[in-house]
Design a protein around this ligand. Structure first.
Ligand SMILES: Nc1ncnc2c1ncn2[C@@H]1O[C@H](COP(=O)(O)OP(=O)(O)O)[C@@H](O)[C@H]1O
Ligand SMILES: [Mg+2]
Length: 267
């Protein structure tokens, strides 16, 4: 068994009195997709913010290439090839596809240095095509693309800038069935190019077809981490539903105050 690209061991994170994560262990291998599932408030975003250097865990270990790290910020994560695409995409709708592709990392040429527009457009077009994204005109504003295509541009950009690990926070949750399918295809492509992908979703039907490993979170705790061979789609779905029912029950029993994310219902 080779060294996992990313791994957490019993990580925990609190915000004041809110325990957002408790004892969560997971791993991400190159060329695989690890899905992180859970309802709202389960701790999914907190976990990936630890992976991407936005937060440092209070407890437990985070290992990159087998070595424990404490990342000082997202820049340090990026330097290690860990790229994150957030729900609210860092894209500027009125700007062209190629400008969005580079955003601050444009190729330059000549003396005095100026933007190499022709090369930028060409690279953007080719990288997108390599990911199977056929955008006729890279001059068109990103805002004219479909939701799935926009996510795909963000994925292609991360791949181009050398990502080894690609973290996607609910890339399919705002999309219809067809557009979600588009994004799932690019996730599979990134995996096929050897990246380790972390795919956050609350939808087991999106996770199952593309996932190699599944971590299910409920109110900050892990309900388990499963390799694909060890769980069926139905089991994954009922595990998720079970978590939701427990939340509802805790709510009905009045144990679900606003700061109650650390309350673990009995099971
Ligand atoms: N920066 C923060 N400050 C305070 N509480 C937070 C912060 N980030 C997340 N939380 C809390 O941690 C819990 C988990 O949140 P989050 O990781 O965003 O869950 P998810 O992404 O699964 O919906 C929630 O109770 C949320 O309110
Ligand atoms: Mg979230």
């Amino acid at each position: 068994m080779s060294t996992p690209l990313l791994q957490t061991r019993d990580v925990g994170k609190s915000f004041g009195s809110v325990i957002a994560l408790r004892d969560v262990s997971m791993l991400v291998n190159s060329g695989e997709v690890t899905c992180v599932l859970g309802d709202n408030g389960a701790g999914k975003s907190t976990l990936i913010k630890i992976l991407s250097g936005v937060h440092v865990q209070d407890r437990g270990e985070y290992l990159v290439d087998g070595a424990p790290v404490r990342l000082g910020g997202p820049r340090e994560a990026l330097d290690r090839g860990i790229a994150t695409v957030y729900q609210d995409l860092a894209m500027i709708p009125l700007m062209s596809v190629w400008r969005n592709f580079f955003l601050g990392s444009e190729p330059v040429t000549g003396r005095p240095r100026r933007l190499d527009v022709a090369r930028a457009k060409d690279v953007a077009r080719r990288e997108l095509l390599d990911m199977g994204i056929d955008i006729r005109d890279v001059d068109q504003p990103v805002g004219t693309l479909s939701g799935g295509e926009r996510q795909s541009v963000a994925i292609a950009r991360a791949v181009h800038f050398g990502a080894r690990a690609l973290i996607l926070d609910e890339p399919t949750s705002a999309l219809g069935v067809k557009q979600a399918g588009v994004v799932l295809r690019y996730i599979a492509r990134a995996r096929d190019r050897g990246l380790g992908v972390v795919f956050i979703t609350h939808n087991p039907h999106h996770a199952f077809p593309v996932g190699d490993r599944f971590l299910v979170l409920n109110r900050g705790t892990s309900l388990g981490e499963f390799a694909k061979a060890d769980i069926t789609r139905d089991e994954l779905t009922s595990l998720m539903a079970g978590g939701a029912e427990l939340d509802q029950l805790a709510h009905e029993l009045g144990r679900d105050g606003p700061a109650g994310a650390g309350v673990t219902p009995e099971r």
